[in-house]
Every structure is written in C-alpha cells, then in structure tokens.
Design a protein around this ligand. Structure first.
Ligand code: ATP
Length: 473
C-alpha cells in the first residue's frame, strides 16, 4: 500500500475515525468500525446526501427497505446467475486473486512505464474475453503476460472460476423447512420491488425518484485499500423513474447534478474525473462513473447508470404482478425506465478523508490537519477556556450550552491552548473558540481558524450566526 494511504489509515485509527473490526481478535478482513469522529463524519455525509436528494427535489422521496428479501428477487435481478467475479488461485501460495484485477495491474504497470498502447491492448483483450465468458482465454492471457503471484512469485495458476459475490444464510430453524436467503448485495432492488407501493402511497407522478441509504454485503475477494472495498458497506442509491425515450436526457442531467455535488463538498475539479463505460452491463444503455484521484489512483466513487426497464420488467415476469404506471399526460400505460445514482457512503468517506488530509512543513515544523468542509466536519467548534480558573470554565460552559443544541461542540480545558488547537486540527474541527479574561469584560472570544491558524475577535452573541453560515452547504 502506498505511503500516503498508510499515513491516512494510521491517522484514521489514532484519532477515532476508523478501526479494524473486532481488532482484539486481529480484525476481520475488509470489515471496519467507525469511531467517535468517524461516525459523526459519516452521519454528516449521509445526511447531506439525503437532504440534497429528498428535500431539494420535491419529486424524490425516501424509503428504508430490509436487508433480507425474498430469494426470487435475486433471480429476477440477475444476481444469482451473473453477479460473479472471475477468480484464479496460485497453486504455490494458495492465494486467490481476481483474474481481471491481476490483468488490470499489469496494464497499469505498462501505463506507468510509458507503454500506453500496450496497456490499452491488454485491457481490450481482457474485456473481449470476459464478454465472451472465455475464462480459459483469460487464464492464457495471464500466463502469456507472465503475471506472477505477488506472494510466491510463480506463475503456477489454476483455471479461472466464477465466484458469486452474494453472502447467503438460512431463515427458519434449520430442522424445519429452512430456506436459503441472501444478504442484499445492493440496495437498489428494495426500491424496485417497492416501486408501486411508493408511487401510489406518496402519490408520485413520473418523473420521480426514490432514495435509500442502507447496508449492502459483497463477498469481495480482493479486499484491499482500506475502506475502499469492504465486505459490509453502506450504499446511498437513488432510482429515478422516467418515461421511456426520455432516459438519456435524464441520464445527462443526473450526471451533471452529481458532479456538482462532489465539487460543492470541496473536492477540487482536477481530482474528479468522469469515466464513461464502453462495455455496458446487460441492463444498461448508458453508464458512467465519477472517479476521484485516491492516493492509489483514479477510482470509482459513484456510478450513474441508465438501467432501462430491465429491473421492473424482470420483477413483473418473476412476480406475475404488473409493474406499470399509467401516465395521464399521454394516456398510456408503460413500465418506466430508470436512471440510478449509486454511491458508497464508506467510499465517499474515504474520498473526503483523503481530500482533507494535510501533512505539511510550516517553518520547519510538521503540521497535520484535516481540512473538512465545515458542513461535514465531525466537530464544528471546540470551546476552550484559556485557563482552568478565574471563572473562565464557567463562562466557556455557558457558550457550550448556547450552541450545543444546533452544533456538535467539544469542551476542553486540559493542557496548553496550543496543544488543544493541535488536537482539534487532527480531527478537523474548523473553529476553536478561546475564552479569556477579556471575555469576562466585553463578552467577546477569539476564533482560531483551522486552515489558516488566523485568529479574530468575535462577540459571543454572533457565534451562532457565524457557525450557521460556515456550516451551510
Ligand atoms: P467496483 O467496480 O469498485 O467493485 P461496482 O461497479 O461493482 O464497484 P456498483 O455495484 O455500481 O459498484 O456500486 C455502486 C457504488 O457502491 C460504488 O460506486 C461504490 O461507491 C460502492 N461500492 C460498491 N462495492 C463496494 C464495496 N465492496 N465497498 C465499498 N463500497 C462499495
């Protein structure tokens, strides 16, 4: 793993953002827990997404569907038959790899050494073989490219096998008529099966959308790069139902809207990239990713897909229940087309953390801080009495009382003021509010700004308005 990512992982653990799951038992691969500041950041990101979707669009409403769904759901969606990764095992190290990732890494090496055409050729060859489900061909490609196992260093590979990514479990007691169900690998299907329920009960007219935030589970084999690829993660998806024929216009519109959202979060334009898919999934007639330049390269953060009527049509076939909408404007019944925007809350978290992480030399001294947009910062302000006496703690606590109902505030009186500033920098608190002897005289405080370390004198009476303005999105 690269050095910058290592620093970020270490920082996330040390300062209460992300820990390996069940760490006292040496952790569980690709599963993570969020700490005191991590959960605040994640909740802020989810709330921001939820509000921009449901509150700013009067034609989008939310739902909260279950993780467990009727097993036929996953037949209809195609996940039982085709939610597979091509896997290959190295016979010497007994390690399992995703065949396509091994090839992608080889292509990245070509790219790095300036052999762009060769990299492209390799990726196209792989895409052709995967499309044709020619797995023997994929293996030949790995052998011909002399790709070796990073652990054993040998090219002693097994054949390539398909590996389904869904986790399964049993409902009912095993002795009775237990049946196999899956943990949902995406939240989207909970929206599709509820399409008519929501349309009718929330009295929605096409075009309209349904938004949802919830856990999804995938048995990812290549689980690396911290919380980029997890086995248990959270998705934020919005399915937007439109009249057939209008889907590509809506696709364009949502692509632009979502890109704007990422920029509004404070992600610089040059760190974001749009990647249009050449090879489309069986259900899509257009698809793109919004990519962010992580320390390990440009990678997908969000997918925007034009899914046609594939899902609703398939659910209609399997359930034998009509999934149609009567459009009063054109006097027609039809199965709506769907544009979806799909983003992982954890991946968004990683993007904002990477983007916020600053580790710089200032006048020969190392300064590390997290420059989160105040709207998503875990803690908005720290209230710090200069000394632990003379009535300053009492005055500071009055300020906490006045602000804590609207903002996540920290009160801290231990250690020197400089040390307390540093500690807030490390968790990304945008404002430190210092209470000193002058405060007792004129009811003003010092606000110290995280990014510039500049200080200014502000009336206590103005603090609420100042924070409200700074924390708006
Ligand atoms: P990838 O190619 O990275 O596996 P995908 O194309 O399979 O992703 P989708 O099925 O389109 O991803 O899922 C939509 C979003 O959900 C992704 O853009 C990503 O943000 C998030 N996501 C998907 N899989 C994971 C995972 N294993 N861990 C964390 N987030 C994930």
């Amino acid at each position: 793993e690269n050095a910058q990512l290592k620093d970020i992982i270490a920082h996330a653990k040390e300062y209460g953002f992300v820990y390996p799951s069940s760490e006292i038992y040496d952790g569980l691969q690709a599963v993570y827990d969020y700490g005191a500041y991590g959960v605040e950041l994640k909740n802020n990101l989810k709330r921001l997404w939820w509000e921009t979707m449901t509150r700013l669009n009067d034609n989008i409403v939310g739902i909260d569907a279950s993780i467990f769904m009727h097993p036929t759901t996953w037949k209809a969606s195609g996940h039982v038959d085709s939610f597979n990764d091509p896997m290959i095992d190295n016979k010497d190290s007994k390690k399992r790899y995703r065949a396509d990732v091994l090839i992608e890494e080889k292509a990245a090496q070509y790219e790095q050494s300036g052999e762009k055409a060769r990299a492209q050729e390799l990726l196209s060859a792989m895409a052709r073989l995967l499309e044709a489900e020619d797995f023997a061909g994929v293996r030949d490609l790995i052998i011909n490219e002399s790709i070796v196992c990073p652990i054993s260093g040998t090219a002693n590979w097994t054949e390539v096998r398909q590996f389904n990514l869904m986790f399964s479990t049993q409902v009912g007691s095993v002795s009775e008529d237990a049946s196999t169900i899956y943990l949902r690998p995406e939240t989207a299907q909970g929206i599709f099966v509820n399409f008519l329920n929501v349309q009718k009960t929330a009295r929605m007219k096409i075009p309209f959308g349904i938004a949802q935030i919830g856990k999804a589970f995938r048995n990812e084999i290549v689980a690396r790069q911290f919380i980029f690829r997890m086995r248990e993660f959270e998705q934020m998806e919005m399915q937007f139902f439109v009249r057939p024929g209008s889907e590509l216009d809506w696709y364009k519109e949502w692509a632009a809207t979502r890109m704007k959202w990422h920029k509004a979060l404070g992600i610089p334009e040059e760190k974001l990239r749009r990647h249009d898919h050449e090879k489309l999934a069986h259900y899509a007639n257009a698809a793109m990713d919004i990519e962010y330049e992580f320390p390990f390269g440009f990678k997908e953060v969000e997918g925007i897909h034009s899914r046609t009527d594939f899902d609703l049509k398939s659910h209609q076939e399997y359930s034998k229940k009509k999934q149609q909408y009567f459009d009063p404007e054109i006097n027609q019944n039809y199965i709506p087309y769907v544009i979806e925007t799909s983003i992982g809350a954890d991946r968004l978290f990683l993007m904002t953390l990477c983007n916020a992480f600053v580790d710089e030399q200032v006048e020969g001294k190392q300064r590390t801080y997290l420059k989160f947009h105040p709207a998503i910062a875990p803690v908005k302000a720290a209230i710090l009495p200069l000394v632990k006496k003379d009535g300053l703690p009492e005055k500071a606590k009055e300020i906490v009382e006045a602000l804590k109902y609207d903002f996540n505030i920290i009160y801290e009186e231990a250690a020197s003021i400089g040390k307390r500033y540093t500690r807030q920098d490390l968790i990304g608190t945008p404002f430190c509010i210092a209470v000193d002897h002058q405060t007792l005289e004129d009811n003003t405080v010092t606000i110290r700004h995280r990014d510039t370390t500049e200080q200014e004198r502000v009336a206590i009476a103005d603090l609420h308005a100042r924070l409200t303005e700074a924390c708006s999105f």
